[in-house]
Design a protein around this ligand. Structure first.
Ligand SMILES: [Zn+2]
Length: 206
C-alpha cells in the first residue's frame, strides 16, 4: 500500500508515522530525515540543501522530487511506502502521480489554534530525542524518560510557529483539494490522544 501522510507542523504526524510503520512494515520515507541525514554526512546533496535552508527557504521542488523518486525506486518500496513530508505542494504531487501515485492520502487534521498551542509548548530531549509538551509535563527542564536536558526548538516561538503554519496552509490546501477530487483523501480528526488517532488511522489502512 502506498500511503501519504499529510498534516501541519504539530499535528502529531511523526508519532503516527512511527506507529503506521510498526504496524505495516512499510518503509517510512521522510524528506526531512533524508535531508537531515545528508546534511549530517555532508554529501553533495546535503551541502546543497543546507545552503538553501540556511537562506531561510524550503528545498526547491526539482531537488526534492528527484530525491523521493530515487528513494521509492529502491527494493524496500516494492510493496509500498509511507511518505511523510512529501508532497508539500501541487507540483510535487503531480510529479509523484507521474511515477508512482499513492493509493491513499491520510490527512491528520488539528485546528489552527490548537497547533499553535502544541508547537509553542513543545520540548525536545537533547539525549533521547523524545518530544514532549508543557501541557503534559509542565515547565520541567529534565526529560521524564531519560533525565536528559530538554530544549525548545529555535523556531518554536509564537511568531515563527504562525509563519510556519501559514506557509503550510497555503501550500497544502491545494493538495487536499487535488487528492479529494481523486477520491483518495481521508481526513482524520487528530485533535485527540495519540491512541485514539492511531485507532482511526488503523481503520483506514486495514
Ligand atoms: Zn530523554
Amino acid at each position: 500500500m502506498k500511503i501519504i501522510l499529510l498534516g501541519a507542523p504539530g499535528c502529531g504526524k511523526g508519532t503516527q508515522a512511527a506507529r503506521i510503520v510498526q504496524e505495516t512494515k512499510l518503509p517510512h520515507i521522510s524528506t526531512g530525515d533524508i535531508f537531515r541525514d545528508n546534511i549530517a554526512r555532508k554529501t553533495e546533496l546535503g551541502l546543497k540543501v543546507k545552503s538553501v535552508i540556511d537562506g531561510g527557504d524550503l528545498c526547491p521542488d526539482e531537488l526534492t522530487i528527484a530525491i523521493v523518486k530515487d528513494r521509492i525506486k529502491e527494493d524496500d518500496c516494492k510493496n509500498g511506502y509511507l511518505l511523510d513530508g512529501f508532497p508539500r505542494n501541487l507540483v510535487q504531487a503531480k510529479a509523484l502521480d507521474e511515477s508512482d501515485a499513492p493509493d491513499i492520502v491520510i490527512q491528520l487534521f488539528v485546528p489552527f489554534e490548537q497547533l499553535e498551542r502544541r508547537l509553542a509548548g513543545r520540548r525536545l530531549c537533547s539525549k533521547c530525542r523524545s518530544s514532549f509538551n508543557t501541557a503534559d509535563i509542565g515547565e520541567r527542564t529534565d526529560c521524564p524518560k531519560c533525565g536528559g536536558e530538554l530544549y525548545i526548538r529555535g523556531d518554536d516561538n509564537v511568531d515563527s510557529v504562525r509563519e510556519r503554519l501559514a506557509v503550510y496552509e497555503q501550500q497544502t490546501a491545494p493538495l487536499i483539494d487535488y487528492y479529494g477530487k481523486q477520491g483518495k483523501l481521508v481526513s482524520i480528526d487528530a485533535d485527540k490522544t495519540r491512541e485514539e488517532v492511531f485507532e482511526s488511522v488503523l481503520k483506514v489502512i486495514k
